[in-house]
Every structure is written in structure tokens, then in C-alpha cells.
Ligand binder design. Structure first.
Ligand SMILES: [Fe+2]
Length: 145
């Protein structure tokens, strides 16, 4: 069984953002598998580097889409992203600086929890605005102004 897999219950109503979330799940899975199977530090280091990079890339894209959709929760959402980014960046920097023990099983499980909680609660809350802005949703958001 896959350790973490995207399914429709994680959908935020935007194909691009859903696709980003799938990629993040896949990278997290790679990180889990690499640490579980005792891959080399180079391999684990590369996966955490790509994960940190893609996380930042995705967060900026998500914030842009939320801004374009005039989503009222953008500022709080940005702060949550900044906090998550800081945690992932810190893990990457410490691992790549030789602190090999920072990526233990518990920490990788925590990353999974942060990401899934964030998608299921915080990301899902922008769904009505983003769907309305893209014109392919049910249009349940209340128009601003
Ligand atoms: Fe988000």
C-alpha cells in the first residue's frame, strides 16, 4: 500500500492545485521510502531539497490563485504557508548540513500530517472562491462588495 496517496477527498476544486498536491504527496512518499529503505544521504538530501523547492513553488502559485479569486482568507493562509515553509526549509538545511538524524520516521510522519491537515482544512476553505473565479464550480461563494 502506498504510504500517502492523493484521492478525490483532497480535491480543492482547481485542477492545477490538485495536481500540485499530488506532486507534493508523491515527493513526501519518496522521502518516506528513501528514509525507510536506508537510501544514501545524497538520495535523501536530494528528495528533501526538491520537496522544499516544490513546496515553495506551489505555495506561491496557490496564493496567486487565491488573490485572483479575491479570497478573503488569503493573509491568514499566507502565514500558515510561511510557517510550513520554514519547517521544511529548516529540515532541509539541517539535513544537508550533516544533521542526518533530523529526518527520522516521526518527523516524516509529522510532515505528512502538516500537509494533509493543511489541505483538508485550510486549502479546502478557499474552494468556493477559487471555483467561482475559474467559472467551473457551483458558484456558491458570496460576491465581494
Ligand atoms: Fe495552502
Amino acid at each position: 500500500m502506498t504510504w500517502i496517496a492523493w484521492d478525490a477527498s483532497y480535491s480543492v476544486g482547481n485542477a492545477l492545485l490538485d495536481s500540485d498536491h499530488r506532486i507534493l504527496f508523491d515527493l513526501l512518499c519518496q522521502l518516506h521510502d528513501a528514509t525507510e529503505t536506508g537510501q544514501s544521504r545524497d538520495v535523501v538530501g536530494n528528495v528533501i531539497r526538491v520537496l522544499a523547492e516544490y513546496t515553495e513553488y506551489h505555495f506561491r502559485r496557490e496564493e496567486e490563485i487565491m488573490a485572483a479569486a479575491q479570497c478573503p482568507t488569503l493573509e491568514g493562509h499566507r502565514r500558515e504557508h510561511a510557517e510550513l515553509e520554514l519547517r521544511v526549509r529548516d529540515l532541509r538545511d539541517r539535513y544537508c548540513a550533516g544533521e542526518w538524524t533530523v529526518l527520522g520516521e516521526d518527523v516524516v510522519a509529522l510532515l505528512k500530517k502538516w500537509l494533509t491537515d493543511h489541505i483538508l482544512v485550510t486549502d479546502k476553505s478557499y474552494r468556493p472562491w477559487v471555483e467561482r473565479a475559474s467559472g467551473d464550480g457551483p458558484g456558491t461563494a458570496v460576491a465581494a462588495g
